[in-house]
Write a protein that binds this ligand. Sequence first.
Ligand SMILES: [Zn+2]
Length: 271
Amino acid sequence: MLIADLNGERIDAARAKRGPDYRCPACCEIVVLKQGRKVIEHFAHKPPISCSSANGETRAHLEAKALVHSALIGRGLKAEIEFSVSTFRGDRRSDVMAWSPKNVSIAFELQHTAIDLDEIEARASSYGHAGIAQIWIPFLKSSVWKDGEPCREGWFVERYSPRPFERWVHGFGGKHGMWMYDPAKKEFWLGRMAGHQTYVEEKSWYSEGGEENYGGGFHRWSKRYKELTLTGPHKADELLIKIETRKKFNGEGFSWPAGLIARLIPRQITR
Ligand SMILES: [Zn+2]
């Protein structure tokens, strides 16, 4: 985690000094300040770790939170890392919370590890009820660079096997698709998925009566694969935020809540 508690005050690891007993805001156990050349400054629980807020805390996730936070601050917005929403049950922290000039709260959920559908739907619904705008940003797996090729928009993966939560995030974005984050280059891509067709080979066989049968020879939509087109890349500070209202929507076994959704819009850059 990047934020710890010290006598009721939020302390950012980037500005913390060694010495005091920093505590985890979730479980109140003492956490250790880690500072090194190769890792971003952060706080870590001491083993054995039972705190749920220690889950999914990869180095890339810590870096992404710090990156988004500093881009928002750099643009003059108020923003907090690991901001606790007091009305939430379970894990109350948003990765980054920002406030628009009109004081609308905007939660950034940077999803490095997979999240199960019940959890993402419950959390999204909580944001909706609380009037907090939300944006979910899955991390790109490094395999997309191996499996894809350059295209006019940026990058194209013909056979992409999305994780269930990515299908959810993509559906939540509707026609606008989903923003994805490349942890290796610290860049953002706008991802759009479309149906992928697989070819069923033509074949013939004989039934018991000696009759010849034919099958295959056609395309069908793949259940597993999608075509993924990535537009970009964009640096964090090139992306502006737009807040929109969306209605409750169900489909494809998913449920998307009513509420505010935050979209990222690349700023027109004149070079
Ligand atoms: Zn804890």
